[in-house]
Design a protein. Structure first.
Length: 216
């Protein structure tokens, strides 16, 4: 019986997508009379979660409009609100401050919801062009967002790091055992495909060639 682990060289053409996903942004309330951090920036669809360490509220300054929330009095546990409308939304603790428009400064916070991007993310280049599974690659482009996901022909990267709006770092995923896959070389340079096998049987007769092609 053989236990096979196949590790391919992921090249630029294998990278199939960069997309954004909703994020959860944490804010710690207390101990003491603080929101930490006092101001956060999120994208539409993101959720802010307040975790309470002492008795406070997280209450929006505005009582009407697209983004209104009130945690009520909490000394422990969490409260969450999902933001969908771009804009600036100040909030405060009812026990220890007043809304910003009324001069509140003692225990006040703010949520900035960024405007929706008018253009989708664009990939310009990937470094290195070839990498083993588990390797971190750098993706350069434009209009990247915090919380982006990266897929390699439908297989999601297990870890994506947002560096800035033009740079992402992603870990190359492994090809799952039993998954059909194709490797091709669209250029003139030699591409090496490495298959690592483990176990007491290393024959090739159990490999199914679903669509073998050879181009001279």
């Amino acid at each position: 019986m053989r236990s096979a682990v196949r590790t391919g060289v992921a090249t630029m053409f294998l990278l199939s997508g960069v997309s954004a996903r909703a994020a959860n942004v944490p804010v710690i309330v207390g101990p003491g009379n603080t929101f930490n951090p006092p101001a956060v920036t999120v994208n539409p669809g993101d959720t802010v979660t307040w975790t309470f360490r002492s008795l406070h509220t997280a209450t929006s300054d505005s009582r009407t409009g697209p983004e209104v929330w009130d945690s009520g009095f909490l000394s422990a546990g969490t409260f969450s609100h999902t933001f969908n409308t771009p804009g600036d939304y100040p909030y405060y603790c009812i026990l220890h401050s007043v809304p910003l428009a009324q001069g509140g400064t003692f225990m006040n916070g703010a949520v900035h919801v960024a405007a929706l991007l008018s253009t989708p993310p664009t990939i310009l280049n990937v470094t290195p062009l070839g990498a083993f599974a588990g390797t971190t690659i750098t993706i350069n482009g434009a209009a990247f967002q915090n919380g982006a996901t990266v897929t390699f022909r439908g297989v999601a990267s297990p870890s994506v790091t947002f560096v800035n709006a033009s740079t992402l770092q992603a870990v190359v995923p492994d090809i799952p055992i039993g998954a059909a896959h194709r490797v091709e070389n669209p250029g003139d340079e030699l591409m090496v495909f490495v298959e690592v096998q483990q176990g007491d049987y290393l024959g090739e007769d159990d490999i199914v060639r679903a669509d073998a092609r050879e181009v001279a």
